[in-house]
Design a binder for this molecule. Structure first.
Ligand SMILES: [Zn+2]
Length: 164
């Protein structure tokens, strides 16, 4: 399988249910791969506890077939019950944190993230929906970018806030 041609068909925060789904796809003769993004989240995004980092990926040409199969299994027996699923469109191709990996703003977001200015959210690249991984809290006030309004804390020296 060529790496650049793999697409995420389901996203999990735990390895076991992700691997179960991978094996199920393999049994249905769809080559699938388990990809752990946890290290990237920790190092690049300074996320202390990775979420939605176990990705079940398939080749691009088999993606639609695989997704339809996974959705059907989910209706039949809850194959995605442990997966991270978009509450808007039902896709399980969720990114965390939400800052796009492909944007020039990445560096800015990384720094803002380091200082704790930005809430970490799940992001659905299919319908662009973002939502909080935490259990629902009282409605946060949202700004124009749909981020929860949060008083920036006073910036302290990076060393003082290091999370190692
Ligand atoms: Zn969505």
């Amino acid at each position: 399988m060529k790496l650049e041609e793999l697409m995420t068909v389901a996203t999990f925060s735990e390895a076991a249910p992700a691997d179960t789904l991978r094996q199920r796809l393999e049994a249905a003769r769809i080559p699938a791969q388990l990809f752990d993004e946890g290290m990237t989240q920790r190092i690049w995004w300074l996320v202390p506890r990775p979420k939605a980092h176990m990705r079940v990926r398939v080749e691009k040409e088999r993606f639609e077939e695989a997704e339809a199969l996974v959705r059907r299994w989910n209706e039949e027996d809850g194959a995605l019950k442990d997966a991270v699923v978009c509450p808007e469109c039902g896709a399980s191709r969720v990114e965390y944190p939400q800052y796009s990996r492909r944007t020039l703003m990445t560096f800015f977001f990384g720094i803002a993230n380091l200082f704790g200015y930005l809430p970490r959210l799940y992001f659905c690249p299919v319908c662009q929906y973002t939502w909080s991984p935490e259990p629902p809290k009282p409605e946060p006030e949202l700004d124009v970018l749909n981020w929860a309004v949060k008083r920036p804390r006073k910036a302290t020296a990076p060393a003082a806030r290091s999370r190692r």
